[in-house]
Design a protein around this ligand. Structure first.
Ligand code: BG6
Ligand code: MG
Length: 219
């Protein structure tokens, strides 16, 4: 019998389409500060912690601010972001995700969440998929943000699988780099021209076949 493998899922933009809500909430702050903040700029924020995201936006506008002011913006951003999640349910799970989760579960594989978000657990609860995850590592558990591999290394360790037996699903450049630095296999979900550093690329989970997953399991 083959060794169990570890499948580590990012959350925002991989399992649920919350990347758009993060963008809207940051855009409100940026607009209020007259900072131009486009979808291209937003790519820089994907997978990046809340605190670091604010710094990136302030850098774009060449704005310096006190810690007190920054803390206010961070609270404002999160409150606004959470307001988009109030009615969240399983319909927000991205296409194909459940098929992949069910397949991996049926095959007895290790399933982990590896997210920078501090809002990960409530999102998994609201969408009804918390019980699929053997391990959850989120923004509350790490001190180093992606592209540091910490979040994925902890996930693999908790799953009791080797880094080389771990497969990471990611929609962000920082996340793909984190998986690569952690000597794991990175699977980019989204635009392959943006996520060109990933070992494998898929537009979304509907493009991932059972044959591909079986190949990873039997590696
Ligand atoms: C990541 C998102 O998953 O989590 C980032 O891609 C976000 O955009 C980060 O900033 C932190 O999320 P939260 O929910 O703790 O603000
Ligand atoms: Mg993401």
């Amino acid at each position: 019998m083959k060794k169990k493998k570890g499948f580590i899922f990012d959350l925002d933009g991989v399992i649920v389409d919350t990347a758009k809500y993060h963008y809207l909430a940051w855009k409100k702050i940026a607009d209020s500060l007259h900072i131009e903040f486009t979808h291209d700029h937003n790519e820089l924020l994907k997978g990046v912690s809340r605190v670091r995201s604010l710094d990136i936006i302030l850098d774009l506008g060449k704005i310096e601010a006190s810690q007190e002011q920054k803390d206010q913006w961070l609270i404002q951003k999160n409150e606004d972001y959470l307001s988009y999640l109030v009615d969240m349910d399983e319909t927000e799970i991205l296409p194909g995700v459940m098929t992949v989760l069910n397949f991996l579960k049926a095959k007895g594989q290790g399933i982990a969440l590896g997210s920078a978000s501090k809002n990960a657990r409530p999102i998994l609860e609201k969408t009804g998929i918390l019980s699929y995850f053997d391990v959850i590592v989120d923004g509350n558990d790490v001190s180093n943000a992606k592209p540091d591999p910490e979040v994925f290394l902890i996930a693999a360790q908790k799953l009791a699988v080797a880094n080389s037996d771990s497969f990471v699903f990611e929609d962000s450049v920082a996340g793909v780099q984190a998986a690569n630095i952690g000597t794991m296999t990175s699977i980019g979900i989204g635009d392959a021209t943006v996520l060109y550093e990933a070992h494998h690329n898929f537009k979304d989970f509907t493009c991932i076949s059972e044959a591909f997953l079986s190949e990873l399991i039997n590696k």
